[in-house]
Design a protein around this ligand. Structure first.
Ligand code: ZN
Length: 224
């Protein structure tokens, strides 16, 4: 009974979604697919959070928690919005023909993701480099590709490789190198409680693998 009341309130709130309010897309994203199913998704997420609060021994109807299911649902939708975005399409939109064939490196790209094992955040920095072969891409798109893959449930290892593969597939450059350095709250807050441990993963292709001097130049450049 109580739950029905909460859920109908949630459904009411979501009637504003199709008009565009509550949409968290960037301007270069296609969000036309989102609104139609969104109220349903939000309602079922909210219901799940409501159930979770009860299972934890909380009273989901107390003042401080009354809007929590809806807030958590919204927050989860934001943190996983990468599912509805296509990183390769994003890169294709900003390709330019250019003869530049030295390393392009964007370092210290802020990264926020969630581990798929505990649904707890991990966050840190990504460094992304490539060596063009006739085509370059808008620099901000490299950061956007990191963001799209990060805003899904992830393991850091796969995230690192997905960034490399998307750039490799679209630009077909002479090589791609990606290094991700991140702290995992599932390690920090629970279990082993290693406050300062940083996990580093790397994924490379082409000249970053075949040429030791290219690889060491990259590694030298990303050193803090
Ligand atoms: Zn975890």
């Amino acid at each position: 009974m109580k739950q029905e009341k909460t859920l109908s309130a949630i459904a009411e709130n979501n009637t504003t979604l199709p008009s565009g309010r509550g949409c968290c897309c960037d301007d270069d994203e296609d969000c036309s697919a989102l609104p139609e199913t969104e109220p349903k998704v939000m309602a079922s997420l909210s219901e799940a959070v409501y159930t979770m609060l009860g299972a934890l021994g909380e009273d989901p109807e107390r003042e401080g928690l009354i809007k929590t299911p809806e807030r958590v649902a919204k927050s989860l939708r934001f943190l996983t919005k990468g599912y509805s975005q296509n990183p390769e399409e994003l890169l294709k939109k900003a390709l330019f023909t250019e003869a530049y064939d030295e390393m392009v490196l964007v370092k210290d790209i802020d990264l926020f993701s969630m581990c798929e094992h505990h649904m707890l955040p991990f966050f840190g920095k990504a460094h992304v480099a490539y060596i063009p072969d006739g085509k370059i891409v808008g620099l901000s798109k490299l950061a956007r590709v990191v963001e799209v893959f990060a805003r899904r449930l992830q393991v850091q290892e796969r995230l690192t490789q997905q960034i490399r593969d998307a750039i490799q597939n679209v630009l077909n450059p002479k090589g791609v190198a990606v290094v991700v350095e991140a702290r995992h709250l599932c390690m920090v807050m629970r279990g082993v409680e290693k406050l300062n441990s940083v996990t580093t993963t790397s994924a490379m292709s082409g000249q970053f693998i075949t040429s030791p001097s290219t690889r060491s130049e990259f590694l030298r450049l990303i050193k803090p």
